[in-house]
Design a protein around this ligand. Structure first.
Ligand code: GLP
Length: 263
């Protein structure tokens, strides 16, 4: 795991977008794993700008989103499909048929989950998986106790997650679904590269456990400690509880890969 601490959330999300941009320029037909949440809105804003101003081309890539609420239609204003169309897909030149978000209303959930896994395999596997971090340490919607080998499946949301995401449901907890479809922890771990972006003081305590604590199914993001190519980009506020910070700063100055990234 490599960690970069940026002075601000703005710089962290811009750097995250730059890593995605470089991956896409290097391999225009990459299969990208994408994420949702407030943090990602800025990341997608930077990618849209790179498309419009610097010609970043999404026409050959394929995308697979991490998750979707169950029981709400893709056309719902609250769905992650709607979120993705609004923040990214409708604003760049990715063909809509190359974008995949699980369907929260699929009549046969198990069949859909198996088909989602197959579609990722058929696309050559995820070249880069973008990740946010839930306040309970989840990646995707892999709530505490998710098996570290889990695959795409239907899950029951942690009450903390329902509360954390209430903003996307008109601040009405009643409207937040109890279930979701998510790539598994094992699915995410299969991506060739993983890229997590974490900002804000509310994530400082959980981020320290993700980076420095023991690997545990209680905090699904700790699986990233076992991933061979994982980059974590954070802002000052999220980095506040890291005890290995001096070494992270040393690496930012001396690690060749991080030096090139930060040049
Ligand atoms: C949701 C998503 C996660 C995301 C998290 C963080 O729970 N399922 O994939 O990481 O939100 O959201 P935010 O960026 O709004 O803190």
């Amino acid at each position: 795991m490599k960690v970069v601490i940026c002075p601000t959330a703005e710089r962290a999300t811009a750097l995250t977008a730059r890593v995605i941009e470089q991956a896409l320029r290097q391999k225009p037909d990459i299969a990208l794993g994408l994420a949702t949440g407030r943090t990602m809105e800025a990341v997608y804003g930077h990618l849209v700008r790179a498309h419009k101003e610097d010609g970043l081309d999404f026409s050959a890539c394929r995308t697979f989103n991490l998750d979707e609420y169950a029981g709400i239609a893709p056309t719902s204003p609250h769905s992650y499909r709607t979120y993705m169309n609004a923040h990214l897909f409708s604003r760049v030149n990715v063909p809509l048929e190359a974008t995949h978000v699980p369907d929260g209303m699929a009549p046969d959930m198990a069949a859909q989950c198996a088909a989602y896994e197959k579609a990722m395999r058929d696309s050559g596997g995820l070249g880069l998986q973008l990740l946010g971090l839930g306040e309970n340490g989840h990646i995707g919607f892999n709530e505490p106790l998710s098996a570290l080998t889990s695959r795409t499946r239907l899950v029951t949301l942690d009450p903390a997650t329902r509360r954390q995401n209430v903003g996307m449901f008109d601040n009405d907890l009643e409207q937040v679904p109890y279930h979701a479809v998510t790539m598994g922890v094992g699915t995410i771990a299969d991506a060739r590269r993983t890229l997590m972006v974490v900002t804000g003081a509310a994530k400082a305590a959980i981020l320290a456990r993700v980076i420095e604590g023991p690997v545990t199914a209680g905090i699904s993001a700790t699986v990233l400690q076992m991933h061979a190519d994982c980059l974590v980009i954070v802002d000052e506020a999220a980095a506040a509880d890291l005890s290995c910070r001096p070494y992270i700063e040393y690496l930012m100055q001396h690690d060749p890969e991080l030096k090139a990234l930060l040049a």
